[in-house]
Design a protein around this ligand. Structure first.
Ligand code: 5GP
Length: 182
């Protein structure tokens, strides 16, 4: 199974710089906190944060899906289909009260994960709350949630690289790649 490049590193870098400039404009003169969703968002967060010219700090949150999560092979063949039963494996380390929070996610798919996380983070009563997602698969959405800063809309393919994994592998590929289903 050879990954095929869907979005090349130069294109990712250019888009991440644009999003960084947009965040810099939107929060001019204010401090922000990036909250990355482990582990997939780690690479996007580290690149994005370096394109933002603001007083910024980081935090991380972890989630996993309950129950009959598909095996990696089923995931690849049938598409990711989380049941919606998401559980927190790591909470944020700091209070987000009155903070400008940017939740950073690798990919917005069914929307179940971000809907769950949004409720948790809003309960901290932040000053502002925004979602930054590198990738978006709008055709897969089950919950009506949208990203405020979205890198690329992609078709319903299983992607790896730039933080995204298949059975924990491929996260270090510099490009976003499609793992062929056959
Ligand atoms: P959602 O809750 O929006 O359905 O799923 C979001 C999570 O599903 C992402 O954070 C990611 O972990 C996983 N996911 C969804 N689509 C893909 C994909 O194409 N490739 C990989 N590697 N993970 C995906």
């Amino acid at each position: 199974m050879q990954p095929r490049i869907l979005i090349a590193r130069e294109k990712i870098a250019a888009r991440v710089a644009e999003i960084g400039a947009e965040i810099t404009r939107d929060f001019a003169g204010e401090a922000i906190i990036f909250v990355g969703v482990l582990k997939g968002a780690a690479i996007f967060l580290s690149d994005l944060a370096r394109q933002v010219r603001l007083d910024a700090t980081f935090d991380f949150i972890g989630v996993s899906s309950y129950g009959a999560r598909p095996t990696p092979a089923q995931e690849l063949h049938g598409g990711w289909d989380s049941t919606g039963e998401v559980r927190l494996t790591k909470d944020v380390d700091h209070s987000l009260r009155d903070k400008n929070v940017i939740l950073v996610e690798d990919i917005l798919d069914t929307g179940l994960t971000l809907t769950y996380l949004k409720d948790i983070l809003l309960s901290h009563q932040p000053k502002a709350f925004r979602i930054a997602a590198l990738l978006d698969k709008p055709s897969r959405r089950k919950k009506p949630i949208a990203g405020d800063y979205v890198g690329f809309s992609i078709p319903d393919e299983f992607v790896v690289g730039y933080g995204l994994d298949y059975a924990e592998r491929y996260r270090n590929l510099p490009d976003v790649c499609v793992l062929p289903r056959e």
